[in-house]
Write a protein that binds this ligand. Structure first.
Ligand SMILES: Nc1nc2c(c(=O)[nH]1)N[C@H]1C(S)=C(S)[C@@H](COP(=O)(O)OP(=O)(O)OC[C@H]3O[C@@H](n4cnc5c(=O)[nH]c(N)nc54)[C@H](O)[C@@H]3O)O[C@H]1N2
Ligand SMILES: Nc1nc2c(c(=O)[nH]1)N[C@H]1C(S)=C(S)[C@@H](COP(=O)(O)OP(=O)(O)OC[C@H]3O[C@@H](n4cnc5c(=O)[nH]c(N)nc54)[C@H](O)[C@@H]3O)O[C@H]1N2
Ligand SMILES: [Mo]
Length: 787
């Protein structure tokens, strides 16, 4: 690999005892014993609750402990004994809380009471549910519906999401900004152009049958650790695992399976990636086209010599469209150009192509290292082209496998959280509930932010999440939030979005997924959809954090009764008294997907939603799977490695869930006690006249005249290609321009933020992060910058 890379310090494999110790420590810090870990053992089981962390599917026959280190952290974070009570709010003004770190805010524990902002005292004060509903409903019902926004974060169950979209459409809007608009929206929009479906085509069964896996832009060791069990198993069986990632992610290098006694006792790990290609950020389009070029060249040679064909010619002829143009195009690409834009060598790409050609059944999976780019959709379509060449879609052991983020982000969209709803859905919704829903398209996340900037939002209602912390350009957008008439957040923990509030503001405390949800005397089950389109039940078991916490469906019903009771004859109380009645309505509106909904969620592992591409039915305008490409396109972003700036990837540490920071450690990357770090190539460090440990300031190199800067980041030398660097989200979100996003889907290009780096001047306030020594004693104080 290129020069000037520092290899990751010699460290034990990922997983293993480190993971178990981390779980223990984390449970201890949150003061949870989880009843001898009975709670953890119920995770991801047919009669237990779905892990609130990632969207990896549950096997039909789960392990005894079907959870991972990060799932355990997510559960402990929700099951914590700590509480954010009215008494807490009475001691702190909002202005004061704004200086707290994200970690410190959430670490205060679960919200216990509905709270209303009082501008006189600048404090949140308790309010009863009835009053909150009456005031919110009374305000929202008199607004122009086009100026109302309803945000959804991806932990929301199918039942709650369905009621939420119903509520929004009764208000009269399709403004449904959603967390997936910042995440896998690129997949939702670009994949259907290729194969007619915006979801992955594989099942867990395919994972067991495949004989090579390609992993692009994903860090499963941290973000979907249960996938590591499969990878570990495959690696042991000698199945090639090929990774394309600018960063050497430790779990993709070596991993110790905590379920393997021998590896645990001997401290050895299993090599995971048989080949690890550290391409340049945004180099995936050309890396995939380079592989396709090599595959087609091998087929051309086979044809010339009468050898066995490399391409699946039968599949290409029967099932695809556009092959010839694509093949001619990649034949004409120069290796010089491919090498330049990928920072890989021809030999490396040919080696990857060779592995691809030798395998009979290939799965390609990707994360947001692919989707969060200006041309993320184009990159994804090149991954699909590679799969199509050898018929690797719609056959056992093969497929396209986007790995989604939040545990129910896929389900929320399936049941109607969508700003551009299709007519058949709306017609069925209208018929099921007896009203006329709006037809005009609404806002996604980026468009909602633009509306806030223009001063065109009067009410912002959020079902979970931390919108004003997770979006791009947080400072610009945040500065306009005080002009919004009302902000309402349904949440489990206090976060920054509650502090950047509108003129009137409410925080409504929700039950978490781990908690018992009793309605009308009966325990309720909700349902979720994982990354593999499997829908299954989730039943909480823990005592709720407070008697005032309410389930999301109950809260939506309360809001709806107070806002739109007169707009349709809906018995909200009845719907919420038994969630199977909500599922009956979902089935009525989406009969093809949810036939026999209530019966089928009882199947262990759940049921699979129909997926045309997985049975080679292509719901595209050509009726085929399409080879798509844009001639002359070299990069996933605008920038070349020669440009005088760096491409910043904003990503997750091992100890966070999105904006929720569990601790200041990132064990796999060797960072402890810090989050303000930047991972850089050694040559870039030297080239900028810096050295390891120096404190730097980032400024925006977007070239749009807007001054964006954040400082106080410490330089860490890391194994990453020149021209690319990485730092944690959300501390860097002020640098991400709202206009810098995937062209098709508006997904923010958070993996290629154009930045300049300079030494921070002494004496300058370099950090917006307050000292959290009080709440986090193991954290050393931030380094004071020197000249
Ligand atoms: N514990 C935990 N689990 C989570 C989350 C969490 O925060 N914590 N978040 C959840 C959510 S919402 C999501 S969306 C997923 C996110 O899960 P991932 O998709 O794994 O997300 P990231 O860690 O942000 O980035 C993924 C990888 O992309 C690589 N990358 C960056 N740019 C490029 C590029 O141009 N090309 C290629 N090939 N690779 C690139 C980075 O080096 C990084 O390893 O995880 C979900 N699960
Ligand atoms: N720069 C940069 N920005 C990014 C990303 C990136 O990689 N880089 N990633 C993007 C991605 S992939 C995503 S998905 C978004 C995430 O954006 P969001 O989904 O908006 O953010 P989260 O951090 O997941 O939300 C955390 C909050 O959710 C609330 N919460 C937790 N559980 C529940 C529950 O069960 N019910 C309710 N009502 N509330 C709950 C808690 O109050 C908690 O504070 O961020 C995006 N932003
Ligand atoms: Mo996500």
């Amino acid at each position: 690999m290129g020069e000037g890379r520092k290899s990751v310090p010699k460290q034990p494999p990922a997983g293993g005892w480190g993971a178990l110790n981390a779980v223990e420590r984390h449970l201890g810090r949150q003061k949870v014993l989880l009843k001898g870990n009975r709670t953890l053992l119920s995770m991801n089981k047919p009669d237990g609750f779905d892990c609130p962390s990632c969207a990896w599917p549950d096997p039909k026959k789960p392990h005894i402990a079907e959870y991972c280190e990060n799932g355990a952290k997510a559960v402990a974070w929700e099951a914590t004994k700590k509480r954010t009570t009215p008494e807490f709010f009475s001691r702190h003004t909002v202005e004061e809380l704004k200086n707290w770190s994200d970690f410190a805010l959430e670490d205060k524990g679960r919200l216990t009471h509905p709270m209303r902002y009082d501008p006189q005292t600048d404090k949140y004060e308790p309010v009863d549910w009835e009053t909150a509903f009456r005031e919110i409903g009374g305000f929202v019902r008199q607004l122009d519906p086009k100026r109302v926004e309803l945000y959804t974060s991806g932990r929301t169950s199918n039942e709650a999401a369905f009621l939420w979209q119903l509520y929004g459409r009764l208000i009269g809007t399709n403004n449904f900004p959603d967390c997936s608009n910042m995440c896998h929206e690129t997949t939702t929009v670009a994949l259907p152009e290729s194969i007619g479906v915006g979801k992955g085509t594989v099942t867990l069964g395919d994972w067991e049958e495949c004989d090579a896996v390609f992993i692009l832009g994903q860090n499963p060791g941290t973000n979907s650790p249960r996938m590591m069990g499969y990878l570990h198993d495959m690696a042991k069986r000698g199945i090639p695992i090929v990774t394309f990632n600018p960063l050497k992610e430790r779990a993709l290098v070596k991993f110790t399976d905590p379920q393997s006694p021998i590896e645990m006792l001997t401290g050895t790990g299993q090599t995971i990636s048989s080949s690890y290609f550290q391409l340049r950020t945004g180099g995936d389009i050309m890396a995939m086209q380079g592989m396709c070029k090599a595959v087609i060249a091998a087929d051309d040679a086979a044809r010339a010599t009468g050898g066995p064909r490399i391409l699946d010619v039968g599949f290409i002829a029967e099932h695809t469209h556009g092959f010839k143009a694509f093949a001619d195009y990649v034949r004409g690409l120069s290796w010089e150009q491919i090498e330049r834009y990928t920072a890989l060598t021809r030999q490396q790409i040919e080696q990857a192509a060779d592995i691809y050609m030798k395998a009979e059944r290939v799965i390609a999976c990707w994360g947001i290292g692919i989707t969060q780019h200006r041309r993320g959709g184009d990159a994804m379509q090149q991954i699909v082209n590679l799969l199509l060449l050898r018929g690797n879609i719609g056959r056992p052991g093969t497929g396209a496998c986007p790995i989604r983020g939040h545990s129910n982000v896929q389900g929320d969209r399936t049941v109607g959280i969508y700003q551009k709803p299709k007519e058949p859905f709306l017609a069925k919704l209208d018929a099921a509930f007896g009203f006329h829903s709006p037809r005009e398209g609404g806002h996604d996340t980026a468009e909602c932010c633009e509306a806030v900037l223009r001063g065109e939002v009067d009410a912002f209602l959020a079902m979970g999440g931390n919108f004003f912390r997770a979006i791009p350009d947080i400072e610009r957008v945040g500065a306009k939030v005080p002009e919004i008439g009302m902000t309402v957040h349904v949440a489990t923990k206090l976060n920054r979005s509650h502090l950047i509030h509108g003129k009137q503001a409410y925080i409504l405390p929700a039950l978490g997924r781990t908690e018992l949800d009793i309605q009308n005397g009966n325990k309720q089950t909700v349902t979720v959809e994982d990354s593999f389109s499997m829908v299954h039940g989730s039943t909480g078991m823990l005592t709720p954090a407070s008697e005032h916490c309410r389930s999301e469906p109950w809260i939506i019903a309360g809001l709806a009764k107070a806002t739109v009771a007169d707009r349709a004859r809906i018995d909200w109380d009845l719907l919420v008294s038994d969630y199977s009645l909500i599922r009956d309505k979902i089935e009525a509106v989406l009969p093809e997907q949810f036939a026999d909904y209530n019966a089928r969620i009882k199947t262990p592992g759940g049921f699979r939603l129909p997926n045309g591409a997985s049975v080679r039915k292509w719901d595209t305008p050509t009726g085929k799977a399409n080879f798509l490409f844009k001639p002359g396109q070299t990069d996933q972003d605008d920038d070349t490695p020669e440009a005088p700036h760096l491409q910043l990837m904003t990503l997750r540490s091992h100890d966070q869930f999105n904006t929720t920071v569990y601790s200041y450690n990132d064990r796999y990357r060797g960072v402890s006690g810090e989050r303000l770090v930047v991972f850089m190539n050694e040559q870039d460090i030297a080239g900028l006249g810096l050295s390891e440990g120096a404190v730097i300031e980032f400024t925006s190199a977007a070239g749009d005249g807007i001054d964006r800067r954040v400082g106080g980041f410490k330089v860490v030398a890391y194994d990453v290609p020149q021209g690319c660097c990485a730092a944690y989200y959300p501390e860097t979100n002020a640098l991400l321009p709202l206009s810098h996003r995937d062209e098709r889907s508006n997904t923010p290009a958070a993996k290629s933020v154009p930045v300049r780096i300079s030494a921070a001047r002494p004496g300058k306030p370099v950090s917006s992060e307050p000292d959290v020594a009080e709440t986090y004693p193991d954290r050393p104080p931030l380094t004071v910058p020197t000249a």
